[in-house]
Write a protein of this length. Structure first.
Lengths: 121, 580
């Protein structure tokens, strides 16, 4: 059974692009438009990886990461931040929130896939 | 400048840029939606189950041909048995001939004896008168007997010749049939093997070209990766609108110093916006070029594959092509037609032979009837012999005839014996030969039925092969490398690129407007500086830092920091991955 990844981004283009790249690699993709949209999805099913943007309306990626780490379900799921934010202080915030890694947009498809594969196979 | 005019200009720029955001979302979103569909289409279309129907049908025919070969071998063995029986009967005619020859010689001797008896009878005067009549009768019987042996010999020779011809022609006809069948089998196997191979080549080749269609995926995937740039464009436009919102916050009600601070800060924002819009234009321009290149590459690949497929079909399907299915089928059809025609001719020849056999049966009956005449002649010999012995015993003048009479009796006995043997042999011959001809007739009927069944099946099978071949050709010719859905999506993607051009035009217009905004801000700042009596007014960096914090893209932060003469922290490069 293919691994399931939750892609959270308020940009339709990012959801389409990332979703396509990962689906082509054999992963199953569920999308959410922001943290608020992602939370119920995280409750209703288990994921092998969460790939989230940082700057999003309603609930941003940092808050979402904190929420996941505090929840019972998906508590230990790897979380990759995929964002245009590239400065160390933001990355530090992500790390402190419980993110597993940080990828700066625009992403390189091969690097993205290699990172996902490294984390969940 | 009036505040209302400034506000209206800002609002106009923001609205235009928001329209640009919406339009890029629309264009990139459309591409992001259609390319996965196209890639999915690439992975699924054209995967038809290969039926290999021709292979199945040709195998059915080859199985029937195999049965024919076996039936032909059985027929050959039967023929060998029947021909051996026929040869044995022909050989028995030679023995019959020997008896007939003996009867002829004895008849000649009897004729000589009758001449001798006639001389003796004439010397005996009145006493030999009756004997003379008897010897004259004997002479006539002997002569008739000799003529009859000639007749029998002629009939026997005729039978011998006709039997020989019958056997030879039957054998020849069957050899021809076997030769024809073996040549037909060798040729039809080769042709059908090629037909089967042709079908396999056609299906495999078609599938190979279809499989190649996946190469079109690569440029499509590249486009999907680049679709993500819309996010950067959106965020960049957000930065510009954020800056312009700041411009709108400019108030006329503050103190002169505060207003100068504001204007100094605000004068920097159009430059930032222009910088960002330039970046957006470059990004869209690069994407436009990259999309175009990828689509052109995909189109070239598609055209190349279509051409390869056309060439392949021309080589393997079209009439006149050396590897063409139709050429092979025509050759197979020709072989069948020839085989059916020539076999039919051979069967007619054999049917004539069967009819000839019927005629032969009549000839045999006639010969047997002729032989029955011998029986009456034999009885006549016996009567004459008895009469002559009585005469010799009654008249002492005929004493010289005693030896002759004794010879006559011996010859009569011998002729009687030979006639009996000849009749016996002829009866046995007739008894044996009649069922043999029945067997030849039955064998012909059986073989005729087998061949007729084969011809019927063969014709039907050839027709089935033709139908299957036409279906295969239609199916292969009708198979699309790229589905209508794929090509429709592909065309619409081309159209989307045109929309990117109009976006670039909109951005260029807004860039010019931002220049006007800056000019207005600077003009007001100059007025205020004149009012204050200063020639220079320094920037308040805290306000700039606040806006920099609202930016998400490092290059924009850096640009604004450079304008405010403060530092921003070095950042990671785009695409860089950091695992904690």
């Amino acid at each position: 059974m293919s691994k399931c990844i939750l892609v959270v981004d308020d940009s339709n283009a990012i959801r389409q692009s990332v979703g396509f790249i990962l689906e082509q690699a054999g992963y199953q993709i569920i999308s959410a438009v922001d943290g608020t949209d992602a939370v119920p999805k995280l409750v209703s099913q288990s994921f092998d990886l969460v790939l989230t943007d940082v700057n999003m309306p309603n609930m941003d990626g940092i808050a979402l990461t904190k929420h996941i780490r505090q929840s019972a379900q998906n508590k230990f799921v790897p979380i990759l931040m995929l964002t245009t934010e590239s400065q160390a202080d933001m990355m530090k915030l992500g790390k402190e929130a419980g993110a597993t890694g940080w990828i700066v947009k625009p992403f390189d498809a091969e690097k993205l896939l290699a990172t996902v594969k490294k984390l969940i196979g | 400048m009036g505040n209302a005019g400034f506000e209206a200009l800002c609002r106009s720029v923001i609205e235009s840029l928001e329209a640009v955001t919406l339009e890029t979302e629309k264009v990139y979103g459309a591409m992001g939606a259609s390319f996965p569909v196209m890639v999915k289409e690439l992975a699924t279309f054209g995967r038809q189950e290969s039926q290999n129907l021709l292979a199945l049908l040709t195998q059915t025919i080859l199985d029937e041909v195999q049965k024919q070969e076996a039936a032909s071998e059985v027929a050959q063995k039967k023929t060998q048995i029947n021909l051996s029986r026929l040869e044995a009967q022909i050989a028995s005619l030679a023995t019959l001939r020997l008896f007939v020859d003996d009867i002829r010689e004895d008849s000649i001797l009897m004729e000589l004896l009758s001449l001798n008896a006639l001389v003796i009878a004439s010397k005996a005067g009145e006493s030999g008168r009756a004997f003379s009549v008897i010897t004259t009768e004997l002479q006539q019987i002997a002569s008739r007997s000799k003529d009859l042996t000639d007749e029998i010999s002629r009939r026997e020779a005729n039978l011998d010749r006709i039997f020989g011809e019958f056997g030879g022609e039957w054998k020849k006809s069957e050899s021809s049939e076997r030769l024809l069948l073996s040549e037909f089998i060798a040729s039809i196997r080769a042709v059908f093997r090629e037909l089967k191979s042709g079908e396999a080549r056609l299906l495999e080749g078609n599938e190979r070209i279809q499989a190649k269609a996946i190469v079109v995926k690569e440029p499509l995937v590249r486009i999907m990766v680049e679709v993500q740039n819309q996010d950067r464009i959106r965020q960049s436009i957000d930065h510009v609108t954020l800056s312009i919102q700041e411009l709108r916050g400019h108030s006329q009600d503050l103190s002169l110093e505060k207003r100068l601070d504001d204007l100094t800060y605000l004068a920097l924002l159009p430059d930032l916006s222009v910088q960002v819009l330039d970046e957006i234009s470059d990004q869209i321009g690069e994407n436009r070029k990259s999309f175009q290149n990828s689509l052109d590459e995909a189109a070239r690949l598609m055209e190349g594959l279509e051409q390869e497929r056309r060439d392949f079909l021309d080589a393997h399907v079209k009439k006149g092509s050396s590897h063409g299915l139709e050429a092979n089928f025509s050759e197979g059809e020709r072989l069948f037609t020839n085989y059916f025609g020539e076999t039919s001719h051979l069967l007619r020849t054999r049917e004539d032979l069967v009819r000839k056999g019927t005629q032969l049966q009549k000839n045999i009956s006639e010969m047997v009837n002729t032989l029955r005449d011998f029986e009456s002649l034999s009885a006549s010999f016996r009567n004459v012999d008895l009469a002559s012995r009585i005469q010799v015993a009654r008249h002492h003048q005929l004493v010289a005839m005693r030896d002759n009479a004794s010879s006559m009796t011996n010859l009569t006995n011998k002729i009687e014996h030979d006639v009996g043997q000849t009749m016996k042999m002829a009866s046995e011959f007739a008894k044996a030969i009649l069922p043999l001809f029945e067997d030849f007739r039955a064998q012909f009927n059986e073989r005729f039925q087998e061949i007729e069944t084969f011809v019927t099946l063969g014709r039907k099978s050839v027709a089935d092969v033709k139908v299957a071949q036409d279906q295969l050709i239609r199916s292969v010719e009708g198979t699309q490398l790229f589905t209508d859905k794929f090509t429709d999506q592909f065309s619409s993607t081309h159209r989307d690129l045109g929309n990117l051009d109009s976006l670039l035009q909109t951005i260029a217009t807004q860039r010019a407007t931002l220049g006007s905004l800056k000019a207005l801000v600077l003009e007001e700042k100059r007025k205020l500086m004149a009012e204050k009596g200063v020639s220079e007014w320094k920037l308040e960096t805290e306000k700039l830092k606040a806006i920099v914090n609202g930016f998400t893209i490092f290059t924009h932060k850096k640009f604004l920091a450079d304008l405010g003469a403060f530092e921003v922290e070095q950042a990671a490069d785009a695409g860089e991955v950091t695992l904690f």
